[in-house]
Design a protein around this ligand. Structure first.
Ligand code: NAP
Length: 680
């Protein structure tokens, strides 16, 4: 089967020089890939001129709905993906992580887009910054989508997740993608992309695919593009130093190999729940995907006196491990992805064995339940032990990208931290301890050298997502050797594909541009009360100025009795000497309640409910004899997704500015209301 490249709106086969791709268990040729004759420059141009404008005009909510539709569509086709995935050596569990884990990313980013981001194509970042004495000039920040293309150069180990975890983010940002999976497992990525394209859920130009070599693609990047790379440090460094990346300041996010560790706390002695958790996690990370995970545990850091027990416990678990062709039942660990990978891993074991003892040798006595030992790329779990980890460098630098890990002993918690940092930057480190003091010391000690730190104990282990799973809500990446990159992390990842721009001007102009009322902007008054207006009829800045209300001793006392809040400041007979107050002061909560009494228009109408208050501040004490009024201003509007059983509506945020008789603000708040859409 010749793989297709999805190029400028159609599927194209390469012209020649097809590279054979093999079944990892049987060695049979299952596909061929070629990119000969494919014009990468033209592909990138197509993404910029066709995909980019189509995506940029959509709002975050529209893009997010697209991601959800894509996840649901792909989920309905998942069985065919599993069948193909087995050929890469992935077991059912491995494939689940890759395939359904990838869909999970689409779902999560869809939810982030709809719940945490506005229904506009751009994003308003942070708060208004006043820059003048009189209030007529200030600044703000906005994010807009970059007008280029995201070029994703991916590793072979997660052909589905590797693509989806990345495109979920750039698509939500409004940026198209060109995906280049590692050739060796690109047949699975191709099958998924065929379904994505056939579904017509994405606008044309939003996604293109290269199956086979992409050498030369970076010759065509421009300053609006973003390149992400996942793979070996050697390739990553070579690509990162490409002239265009350097000269045009093209963002280049690199996720490279890292020597992740897991540390057993000194308290987690054999027999404790934590010891069992540690053994389970280490053996899982060594065998899932046959250890071909960027996050796999390569260094097992344990108290010196427990090396023997850890070795024995791991050996017991590996005895039960069935290895073979994943398409047959009962196989718990498959082969490596191919012969090249197998050869590389064997070379790395040789390298490691220069300073380590081999405790369990996965090259020997492999009890295969299925698959072909010669033609397939099998290797059993291989455990080494480094007797001098503080002085040896090889186990901290040599990544065997397979089921291979090295035990090393430590004498003290601070030595364990030092060992963890000898990896010179890792994607993830985990600590298994029931002692939160040890956990705190280790996390704070290790964090500078790790992108993620997981703490496991008997209370968290059951529901833990595990050492090996990057979560879309959290950052994935790591410093130094791990590539210095960062991706996902909820909204943070989206901003990697957007330009943050500081904007300056009059608050009224900034209100118009951002769609959010800025302090000091015009506040036009209308004779129609805002509670009588439907969502569409409310305009940013529209303001109601209420009547006034006198604050008397009686109402303060009544509020104290009603609420039960008899704090000294609210009592007339308190001694105010040495306090912040001169005399009896009204409760802040009373002022805000009284404000509601002033601005609310009672009859039923478009305002369906008030569901909360944000940013509540009591600015100035309100004493007996003051009088207050409210400036109620439409601050922000967010259209909600229509749901079948609900009145179509949006969220309207009103700024409540309570002022005293001197027209000075005494309290500020943002109230959140649900306002019905105008009936059609
Ligand atoms: P690799 O050999 O470095 O290849 C990575 C990607 O780069 C592949 O798609 C490859 O394409 C492409 N590539 C190579 N040379 C290129 C060039 N001149 N121009 C454009 N693209 C080029 O890595 P791998 O063997 O696929 O992956 C294994 C390594 O990745 C391991 O070391 C592992 O630790 C690391 N990894 C890291 C992470 C992470 O998140 N940090 C995740 C997964 C894997 P071809 O396949 O066509 O050569």
């Amino acid at each position: 089967m010749k793989l297709g490249n999805y190029v400028e709106g159609s599927w194209k086969e390469g012209l020649g020089s097809f590279a054979p791709l093999f079944d990892a268990s049987t060695g049979d040729v299952i596909a061929e890939a070629s990119t000969e004759g494919i014009d990468f420059g033209s592909m990138l141009g197509y993404a910029r001129t066709v995909g980019s404008p189509a995506l940029r005009k959509l709002t975050f909510h529209e893009r997010a709905r697209m991601l959800k539709a894509l996840a649901l569509h792909l989920n309905s086709k998942k069985e065919e993906f599993y069948k193909i995935s087995f050929k890469s050596g992935a077991t059912k569990v491995d494939s689940w992580i890759d395939i359904e884990g990838g869909f999970g990313n689409l779902f999560t980013y869809s939810s982030i887009g709809r719940r945490q981001m506005p229904n506009t194509p751009h994003f308003v970042d942070g708060q208004y910054v006043p820059l003048s004495k009189e209030g007529s000039f200030g600044g703000h920040h906005i994010y807009v989508p970059k007008e280029g293309v995201a070029i994703h150069i991916n590793a072979f180990n997660f052909p589905v997740w590797g693509m989806l975890e990345k495109i979920a983010v750039n698509l939500l940002a409004g940026v198209p993608a060109v995906v280049k999976p590692a050739s060796i497992t690109s047949y699975l990525t191709e099958a998924v992309v065929r379904e994505i394209i056939a579904s017509k859920i994405l606008p044309e130009g939003a996604l293109q695919l290269i199956c086979g070599s992409a050498r030369g693609i970076l010759d065509h990047v421009t300053s609006q593009d973003v390149v992400t790379f996942t793979g070996s440090a050697v390739t990553g460094k070579m690509l990162k130093s490409h002239k265009n990346i350097v000269d045009l300041a093209v963002p280049f996010n690199m996720e490279a190999d890292s020597l992740n560790c897991s540390i057993l706390g000194i308290d987690a002695v054999p027999g404790t729940e934590e010891f069992k958790i540690f053994i389970k996690e280490v053996s899982k990370e060594m065998t899932v995907k046959a250890g071909q995970k960027c996050t796999a545990i390569r260094r097992i850091i344990v108290p010196e006196g427990m090396i023997g027990e850890v070795h024995t416990a791991l050996q017991e678990r590996f005895k039960k491990l069935t290895i073979g062709n994943p398409s047959t039942d009962d196989v718990r660990m498959g082969p490596l992805a191919g012969k090249t990978q197998q050869k590389e891993v064997l070379e790395r074991i040789e390298e490691l064995s220069k300073c380590c003892d081999i405790l369990i040798d996965g090259r020997e006595n492999l009890n295969l339940v299925s698959g072909d030992m010669d033609k397939g790329s099998f290797l059993g779990p291989t455990l080494l032990m480094c007797p001098s980890p503080m002085t040896s460098t090889i186990p901290h630098e040599t990544e065997a990208f397979g089921p291979v890990s090295t035990i090393m002993g430590y004498k003290s918690t601070s030595e364990a931290i030092e060992l963890s940092k000898k990896g010179q930057g890792s994607l993830v480190g985990s600590i298994v301890t029931s002692d939160d003091d040890i956990a705190t010391q280790m996390v704070l000690g290790m964090a500078s050298h790790h992108g993620r730190v997981l703490v496991l104990n008997k209370d968290s282990a059951k529901e833990s997502t595990g050492h090996g799973s990057p979560m879309p809500q959290l950052c994935h990446g790591g410093p130094g050797r791990a590539g210095g990159g960062e991706e996902m992390g909820g909204m943070r990842g989206v901003f990697h594909y957007m330009q943050r721009t500081a904007i300056q001007g009059h608050p009224t102009t900034l209100s118009k541009i951002t769609g959010v009322y800025q302090p000091g902007a015009a506040q036009p008054e209308d004779t129609v009360h805002p509670f009588r207006k439907y969502f569409e009829e409310l305009k940013i800045g529209d303001t109601l100025i209420s009547k006034t209300r006198d604050i008397t001793r009686e109402v303060i006392d009544q509020f104290a009795d009603l609420s039960g809040d008899h704090f000294y400041a609210h009592k007339a007979d308190s001694d105010f000497e040495g306090t912040l107050f001169d005399s009896q002061v009204a409760h802040g909560y009373f002022i805000i309640s009284a404000a509601a009494g002033l601005f609310v228009d009672p009859p039923k109408g478009p305002v369906l409910a008030n569901y909360g208050i944000d940013e509540l501040r009591f600015i100035k004490p309100v004493y007996v004899g003051s009088s207050i009024k409210v400036h109620l201003t439409v601050k922000e509007k967010i259209q909600q997704e229509p749901r079948e059983d609900e009145v179509p509506r949006g969220i309207v945020k009103f700024q409540v500015d309570v002022r005293d008789e001197e027209n000075e603000s005494v309290a500020l708040a943002t109230i959140l209301t649900l306002v019905a859409n105008k009936p059609s």
